[in-house]
Design a binder for this molecule. Sequence first.
Ligand code: 5AD
Ligand code: SF4
Length: 450
Amino acid sequence: MIDVRDTARMRMRYHVTTFGCQMNEHDSERMRGMLDALGYSEADSRAEADLILFNTCSIRESADNRLIAHLGEAKRLKREDPSRIVGVGGCWAQSLKDEVFERFPFVDVAFGPGQVNRLADFLLSDSLSAQGYFEFESFTGDLPAKRGRATQGWLQISVGCNCRCAYCIVPSTRGLEVSRPLQDLVAEARAMADDGVCEITLLGQNVNSYGRDLRPTRASFAELLGELDAIGGLERIRYTSPHPKDMREDVIRAHAELRSLCEHIHLPLQSGSSRVLRAMRRTYDRERYLDRVALIREYVPDVALTTDIIVGFPGETEADFEQTLEVVDAVGYDGGFTFLFSPRRGTEAATVTTGLVSHDVKLARMERLLELVQRRARERAQRFVGRTVEVLVEGESRTDPERLRGRSRHNKVVNFTGLARPGEFAMVSVTAATSQTLAGEERIAARAVG
Ligand code: 5AD
Ligand code: SF4
């Protein structure tokens, strides 16, 4: 029998805004899946929603600022209709915990990244008072998913992080590392493949330390990759992010040996100076990083490498920064994300008071770094011109609706003319390349054959 509250819920509509990383995108898909299972439906805009949710990020100050602007709109909508529910989940909520309700009294429910399931408890309870849920309890990966794309899916392999990088808020928001059992992951990936997913991205704060905490039987990341590769229908496997300290030969070899493992590795450098890396507590130095890059290129010469770099970490001198430039030049990344250091509450680096880098110096270094990252990426991208690459089509090109857009195995965005539909593979002959994107034309005959 359906109770009155169930029928009321069936008319309720939700809206989710996601900030931050791919793990948050994944968590939001699970939030949507859970709400659909509860009988809610998705609204196109916040104004049409009875339940307004934010899945938040706290990695840098700029993320906080963006969120606060959005929360202002939720506050106004709540004032217009006080029966609306405003919920804030994710890392920012976790990092502020109960302070959320003091600072933002219009928020009804707040929950950290490991408590998405508690949102359901809140919605099913009769409680009208503000509630916060912040203890890690369960993997969001165990909740039902509502995938944004039919043929691409996330697989959450672990949560949390045991590293103590001096700048990073994540260990305090997502807790210690906990891996999901290998057989659960294989079963989930198989179900995804049966459901039409052909590309999966494995997610974890530090994917290549996967499985060390599993009991009674430990597992390794390379083992997991091998098992997933054997699943029919999965054409592409990606993962993010690995830690250079845990980048072992077995994982690197897997890139050469496993059919579905893509030729792309995102290997965060953070700094090219061993001194700064030590202060960051990254537990590898410049030589070890370059040695990993050399080994990767030995096994997969054509691999695409991308990275994350922080500019202006406390104590970074001009000489340290020049070492970062040297590494960027030597490695020749296919792309990179560059960030201005931003002190985060509760982190070691936020307590440093000496050797701080001024904002102007940070900006000037950032500009030099970006110029080099882009120049090297543009140079590297030229190797694809004249080649035919396999593209998984995602939709229309963002700049020209007459053209299509997708990604190659090297994770390059490819804009092209052709007839393929979203979710299909197209063989594209590349005619031009910039630092960010490739351009080309679909080879129709090649697609029909292959
Ligand atoms: N300031 C600037 N960048 C940061 N990152 C993480 N924490 C900070 C911080 N406090 C960057 C790192 C990381 C990426 C996801 O964000 O480069 O790899
Ligand atoms: Fe993702 Fe880190 Fe932002 Fe949390 S703080 S959402 S883990 S980027």
